[in-house]
Design a protein around this ligand. Structure first.
Ligand SMILES: [Zn+2]
Length: 99
């Protein structure tokens, strides 16, 4: 295992390129890369991102889901909706006459 004890580097999964290898790849000319590095890079999304975008791991923006309403709030909402529906039918009945 190539365990380079660099505290600043983010913890990378075992088998991935070290920070030195990534910086070597970034500064290398096309086609002038050691074969084992290129071989790993071809099959590893994480290392491709590190080489393309730098060591800072891009965090994808994740949309925050709204919290579920509490059960009392849900019951109050249901009661209000039922009252509105009942009021609608009462109003309709008084406008149209007997249904
Ligand atoms: Zn990798």
């Amino acid at each position: 295992m190539a365990d380079t004890s660099t505290p600043a580097a983010p913890s990378s999964p075992s088998g991935c390129l070290s920070q030195e290898e990534v910086s070597r790849l970034r500064s290398a000319q096309a086609g002038d890369v050691p074969e084992e590095l290129a071989r790993h890079l071809a099959g590893c999304d994480l290392c491709q991102e590190r080489v393309l975008f730098g060591p800072a791991r891009r965090t994808r923006r994740r949309r925050e889901m709204p919290p579920m309403p509490s059960s009392t709030r849900a019951l109050v909402l249901l009661a209000v909706m039922a009252a509105v529906i009942v009021a609608f039918f009462i109003t309709l009945n008084s406008l149209v006459g007997r249904l």
